[in-house]
Design a protein around this ligand. Sequence first.
Ligand code: UDP
Length: 326
Amino acid sequence: MRVLVTGGAGYIGSVAVDSLIADGHEVAVFDNLYMGHRAAVNEKAQFVQGDLANKSEIDALMSDFKPDSIMHFAAYSLVGESVENPFKYLGDNTLNGLNLLQSAVENGVERFILSSTANLFDEPEQIPISEKENLVPGSPYGESKFFLERSLHWMHKTKGLRYAALRYFNAAGCTKVRGEDHDPETHLIPLVLQVALGQREKIMMFGADYETPDGTCVRDYIHVEDLAQAHILALKALTKNEVLHYNLGNGNGFSVKEVVETVREVTGHPVPAEVAPRRAGDPAILIADSSKIRDELGWQPKYPDLKPIIESAWAWHSANPTGYEG
Ligand code: UDP
């Protein structure tokens, strides 16, 4: 297939591009390099630096590359930031997404895969969280993804666009050649690894008084390569299915303390840790029930446990201590 990947220079998008190319697809990447890295883009992909805020820029690539499918990774994605600066999310994420959607339907794109989020499940009645759970966005970030899921629903109804909404839980881990390199970094695993690399004195654990077994938040860490495989399966499934919604996680929860402990084990570094106040917007537990995509598409994560995920991240971070720019 001919796949246009927005955000293909970013953490998850760059791994998806590698997987698409390995699977034999033609790929064009559209990225503003605001968070992404040119060096993270597979050299077999066509690369265009552009901004979804300018519809003419995405229109130009659309008429030049003529994709039949789109994977849309490019978005702001920090829950905490979205609470502090809601317009960046309620505005930019949705308007940029709409520009892409409009350009997609105007150019006859058949399939669209949206990076969605576990932040749609702010008040789950059941954990692990299945697709039957009510959608209750937990922040302006979650709301922006909810809006785009609803926009896709209407593009399907009115224009026949087929789509998959993939709701990631906590993307983690690295491949041999692609890693997690955000500036500033806010995610737990890369921050703990920075302590192990001697770049940071200690890790602050945000809250130890949650209703969880050890008091720290529990998350479902899912390897980026497994996420990428889910995208490829969804892409192929959209040739016969019209609409797909899947929750993507391992189905296992690990606490912040367990992450820190596993990093100590993997790196041999003592990793000093300190309890700090809770971070705004953090739910106590987020674990996915991903049996739907396993049953329907045969998705099988290769990294179901935390330790190999952290080992893969440690391998990349210790080989690239200053990230892509080094
Ligand atoms: N966390 C932490 N210290 C940090 C960064 C994150 O204790 O320096 C916690 C955070 O409160 C959450 C978990 O680690 O409970 C995962 O956070 P992350 O930002 O990696 O992902 P999120 O769950 O926000 O998508």
